[in-house]
Design a binder for this molecule. Sequence first.
Ligand code: FAD
Length: 549
Amino acid sequence: MKFSFLQRPEIKTRLTSTHYDLLIIGGGITGAGIALDAASRGLKTALLEKSDFAFGTSSRSTKLIHGGLRYLKQLEFGLVKEVGSERAILHKLAPHLVIAEKMLLPLRDKRGFGSILTSLGLKLYDWLAGVEEADQRKMLTRNQTINAEPLLDPKDVKGGGLYAEYRTDDARLTIEIIKKAVEQGCDILNYVQVKDFQIQNKKIAGAVAHDFFTNDDFEVKAKVVVNATGPWVDDLRELDGSKKGKTLRLTKGVHIVVERSKFPVQQSIYFDIPDGRMIFAIPRNDITYIGTTDTNYNDDKDEVHATTEDVVYLINGVNESFPDVNLQMEDIQSSWAGLRPLIHEEGKSPSELSRKDEIFESQSGLLSIAGGKLTGYRKMAERIVDLVIEKHFKALTLQECNTKNLKLVGADFDEPIEVRGYLEEITVRLKHHNLEKYARYLVYNYGKNTTVILDHLEQTFPAFNSESLAKAEAWYCIHFEMALTLVDFFIRRTGMLFFDINRTKMLVEPISLTFKGHYKWDELHYEKEREQLQNAIRSATQFKAINNR
Ligand code: FAD
């Protein structure tokens, strides 16, 4: 289904002329999930995002669909059970995007819990998450652990555990949910900011929004408004005069990216570092990414960067645990930094704060949802839509929540195993053009819509190479995924700026010209876009020593 700038005028006409049941503010995973749930149950729904979809935390996570093993330490059994069980559901909804991955947990001298506690913990984790028998945790001997990861220091490895997780691409997941919500009839725009609320008889009746694409303001009427703005939740509560009681505490998490050959882990690994925290190292095609930090954050929410201190912390964590790895500052190819929108609890350190979601209702009726995890988006959406229906639409005949059966866009595989067959088919097709090295990236990014991209490539371009392939991808993202800026393409649609910085740098010129042609940018706009992309590249690759720990 087309979802592009060409549709924007119609969508905007509907936004200004419809009286919606529900208006959602924020196009991260939380807002996207609510939009899909509400629209698929039959509520007349709209969603507005001030920047690009997944611009906030939902493009800057560890990109795991996980049960949150460490929440066992905090005795959050309910959270582990909920998000743990969600993993298998999300795998079925988008098997090309939520991919099973074993995680190695090494047991080391004087670190973490001993082998008995870890074994019990992993068993409990499997049990809470309902992991199928074949996938349940396996405890490893010292030798098996060293074989599984030869980079570990044999002197301090005592054994290990291997357990089931899933990896994803958070921004792509968000965008596929947005596209599915559009298919279900939801009216959605990015680059539209809610800047005020409409109030009637002291109750919220809609919002005043500013469209950055056309630079004008308009009003959207809705019976219920949900504030799903992640780290910005309190800003909207302030606008509504309801920032009272519980508030958000933002903590920053940074990931760094190195060439795989600099840190060639065999598989994903979750390991203890000297300050008692644990970090992940996750291999992905030609790179390994490492994260995360967890520090209080009170700065600009729109400009979150990794600092030298964050990077050094992660480098030291790796070098200390893997004696033959000697990462240096200059090895860092890219990075990202995100904010956890957590609920403040007096006297707790960032890592101790609960990751549970909560819903706040203000006197005006504004519903705000905060906390939570990428992994739990579907259940969070179900809870808040149930609440909205219970409070306001009991008289309507609406469907029950059915999102666990709604396959995402590009995911029409009958069984997850079919992804492999499709990947083989795409590899063969790309081999004709000597582009087979992109097969995995394309299928895991776009699922079955890889076919749409390759059809366009073959029909439009006389030469087949990395550049024409990227132009075909840009065409797809512009026409089917509402990519409006260069950064939308390089970060949220393709992840290229994080995971393939060299290809990104090679493609700056041709992709900028592709966007310029599609959008008919004048020189001034073109230069502004180029500058924003260069800023994004600088932000991911250059680090300043600003201490905000
Ligand atoms: P966001 O993604 O931030 O979305 C909010 C959106 O609201 C933004 O796009 C913003 O632009 C928009 N907005 C703000 N104000 C307005 C306005 N006035 N008008 C319109 N739009 C507005 N979870 C996992 O399950 N697995 C992980 O591996 C994982 N790793 C993480 C690692 C880190 C470092 C961090 C920080 C978090 C991690 N999480 C993980 C948690 C997860 O990423 C977040 O819970 C989730 O992304 C939050 O999504 P959200 O939609 O609530 O917020």
